[in-house]
Design a protein around this ligand. Structure first.
Ligand code: PGA
Length: 249
């Protein structure tokens, strides 16, 4: 059985003070939730404060990016070892904003996935098609290519990899994929993974849906057979709405 996983992706939002206020509000709202893993990914600079504020809550900390080398002359970058040292259990990689705005390609993402695993951090690898690709009936091909390229020569311990299916057209738009469409692609991703990995490993991979997830639609996604959780942007910025998503049951 795969444990449901709900991940907050704060993107470039919230000060350190905002982070502490959020945790003060969130923790009592989710303290009776069991059997669901909760992760918050703040900007790098808030990671130590977030970790401190969450201490004893069972909620885990993730990062939104990392560099693929462990140390050295890479001005402005953050090492996987530094994130592990700061208490990060997870890292979001291959997000469409980084692919599109920062120009990260499949080779870079593949290096980052490997570096995260080498440092003992679980990658949350994001894949997904643009609206144009979907309209041209290329969505499956695009997602399959991303998986093959981003996971090239990557091995991991059971449970050590998470995939997030995030159709680009659903991110931050308020227009979510239907739960049927999400299940269709997530099921397809599961089949692709079954070709890339041994059965035990493939079945241990949690696959999240992301793109305009809200308290009002989370239950529909979680009811789908292959959807193991959600990667949440906008609706993770308020404690009350994030708690509403965490409490999907
Ligand atoms: P959204 O973002 O929930 O605001 O659509 C999701 C994401 O970018 O991970």
């Amino acid at each position: 059985m795969r444990t449901p996983l709900i991940v907050a992706n704060w993107k470039m939002n919230k000060s350190i003070q905002d982070t502490e206020n959020f945790v003060r509000e969130l923790v009592p709202l989710v303290s009776d939730v069991s059997g669901t893993e909760i992760v918050i990914c703040p900007p790098f600079i808030s990671i130590p404060a977030l970790r401190g504020a969450l201490s004893g809550s069972g909620i885990k900390v993730g990062a939104q990016n990392l560099f693929w080398e462990m140390k050295g002359a890479y001005t402005g970058e953050i090492s996987p070892l530094m994130l592990a040292d700061a208490g990060c259990n997870y890292v979001i990689l291959g997000h469409s904003e980084r692919r599109q705005i920062m120009g990260e390609n499949d080779t870079i993402i593949n290096r980052k996935v490997r570096a995260a695993l080498d440092a003992g951090i679980i990658p949350i690898l994001c894949v997904g098609e643009t609206l144009q690709e979907r309209e041209n009936h290329m969505a499956r091909e695009v997602v399959k290519d991303q998986l093959i390229r981003n996971l090239k020569d990557i091995s991991f311990a059971p449970g050590g990899l998470v995939i997030a299916y995030e159709p680009v057209w659903a991110i931050g738009t308020g227009v979510n994929a239907s739960s049927d469409d999400a299940q269709d692609m997530v099921g397809f991703i599961r089949n692709c993974l079954a070709r890339l990995y041994q059965r035990e490993q493939a079945e241990s991979i949690r696959i999240l849906y992301g793109g305009s997830v809200k308290p009002e639609n989370i239950a529909e996604f979680m009811a789908e057979e292959d959807v193991d959780g959600a990667l949440v942007g906008g609706a993770s910025l308020q404690a009350e709405s994030f708690a509403g998503i965490v409490r999907f049951k």
